[in-house]
Design a protein around this ligand. Structure first.
Ligand SMILES: Nc1ncnc2c1ncn2[C@@H]1O[C@H](COP(=O)(O)OP(=O)(O)OP(=O)(O)O)[C@@H](O)[C@H]1O
Length: 460
């Protein structure tokens, strides 16, 4: 890793250098390596500078179904400490997000309730548990009372920043980072009321080094459970930490996704939980017009692309390539043609990617050329056209339907009609296209890109 500017306050007011987030390896989709999952999650956090707009329904499963369902529409209703309410408003939050409406009353209830919450990135989970921890702390007590674990150093820093921001007007509450590089002597008695860190270091601080007394923890938060379980070691460490906590400690677990493995892990860590799930919006292809273009090679695909651009007005387009090399080549060719192009590619740092996505979102570039893996989490409303310069395939070379839906699903949002064009240059890619048609039970029509009238028609 390379060093970046900036300092964070560590324990006992020592400062820690902030190591920049740097990944040498490219993202590689879902079959991805653990670091890629964490990096993707970090990228999502960095690009979600505001709440994700969601119309999804929240599903609440209460531990005690007889107790009345309590949800809030304002932060005032939560009767937060003034210092915290000021922090919330200072962050620009006017009202609780969907997940916060239900999760916050549960998390702040007396007696404390355990919670498992699942909702996609950017829906306000981090802000919710940050507020819960800050609310539960007794600043007069100079020992650690709330413990939060995150899967990586960078994710821990990111969450810590939210807690620091929210607690800005509550300076009596102090935060320490239990992350690599923050070395403390055995037996040091930590005074910070909140500790955020990675499982290994937190475990050391609780057991070997006796820096935190786990028996005095009243809130335990496990963030990004889906990323956490990707590493067996982290899973075991998390469970070992949880076992040291007192029975009455409130356990909170958050995850963006909820496949079986996450659920099994969650059940081991959180006894008698309330459960909140934000149902995923069903993405459909109904509002998207899909076409394919037959070409012989990549140069012909490029010509077809230029013809489409020449014939229709495109607000913003995303173009997907299979490899970084093709993406690089294509963006250079498009630039030669006078297009203002952004290239999102696997060898960039997470910060660089976040900056490019932000510029694209602001409309500074009209075309974004990217490989698959960089694009998850990007949610740009004004994208009207998606071009699959290469069709998405899985590691076995078959159609990757989920990725296809993800890619083109972003064009037809909010009832607007979107356009998706697939470039076919071989028998194999035709075969992939047929698999996609079959999977979604939807015919994809052929488009003749030499016929400008025909292209104009599809954009109407
Ligand atoms: N009630 C709110 N009103 C306005 N903005 C909010 C609110 N809650 C959170 N946000 C903002 O929305 C963005 C996403 O929130 P947050 O990071 O808490 O979501 P998340 O579900 O934890 O997502 P991720 O898993 O990506 O971290 C942040 O920029 C946060 O500041």
């Amino acid at each position: 890793p390379r060093k970046a500017k900036g300092k964070i306050t560590g324990v006992n007011n020592k400062t820690l250098p902030v190591i920049s987030i740097y990944y040498n390896r490219p993202f590689t989709c879902h079959s991805c390596l653990v670091e890629d999952k964490a990096a993707q999650s970090l990228l999502n956090k960095m690009i979600h500078t505001s709440l994700v707009n969601t119309t999804n329904q929240v599903e609440v499963l209460q531990r005690d179904p007889k107790s009345p369902l309590y949800s809030v529409k304002t932060f005032e209703e939560l009767r937060l400490k003034d210092e915290l309410l000021r922090g919330v408003y200072d962050m620009g939050f006017n009202r609780p997000s969907k997940i916060q409406e239900n999760a916050l009353p549960m998390m702040l209830a007396e007696p404390p309730q355990n919670l498992i919450a699942q909702s996609q990135s950017g829906t306000g989970k981090t802000a919710a548990f940050a507020l819960a921890m800050l609310s539960h702390v007794d600043p007069a007590n100079k020992w650690t009372q709330c413990l939060c674990i995150a899967p990586t150093y960078e994710l821990a820093l990111q969450t810590g920043k939210v807690i620091e921001q929210m607690g800005k007007f509550y300076p009596e509450v102090k935060l320490a980072y239990a992350i690599r590089g923050n070395k403390l002597d055995r037996g040091t008695k930590l005074q910070e009321q909140i500790v955020i860190g990675t499982p290994g270091t937190v475990l050391d601080w609780c057991s070997k080094l006796k820096i935190i007394d786990p028996k005095k923890i009243s809130v335990f938060v496990l963030d990004e459970a889906d990323v956490m379980i990707a590493t067996q070691g982290h899973q075991d460490q998390s469970i070992r930490i949880q076992r040291m906590l007192p029975n009455e400690c409130q356990m909170l677990l958050f995850s963006a996704t909820f496949e079986d493995s996450v659920w099994k892990f969650a059940e081991r860590v959180v006894p008698d939980p309330n459960i909140i799930k934000l149902k995923r919006e069903e993405e459909t292809l109904d509002t998207i017009k899909q076409y394919y273009v037959l070409c012989n090679d990549k140069d012909e695909k490029f010509t077809a692309l230029c013809n489409i651009y020449g014939a229709i007005t495109i607000a913003q387009a995303m173009i997907f390539c299979h490899t970084r090399r093709t993406a690089g080549w294509l963006s250079a060719e498009l630039t030669k043609e006078g297009h203002v192009v952004a290239l999102l590619s696997g060898e960039m740092t997470v910060e660089q990617r976040a900056a490019i996505i932000e510029r694209f979102r602001e409309g500074k570039e009209k075309v974004l050329v990217t490989t698959n893996v960089c694009s998850r989490g990007i949610d740009v409303e004004q994208v009207s056209v998606v071009i699959n310069f290469d069709l998405p395939i899985d590691k076995d070379g078959n159609a990757d339907n989920e990725t296809y839906l993800h890619r083109i699903g972003r064009t037809g949002r909010f009832g607007k009609r979107g356009l998706a064009v697939n470039m076919i240059d071989s028998k194999h890619s035709m075969n992939i296209l047929n698999q996609i048609e079959e999977h979604f039970n939807k015919k994809i029509n052929k488009l003749d890109t030499d016929d400008l009238d025909e292209i104009e028609k599809i954009s109407n």
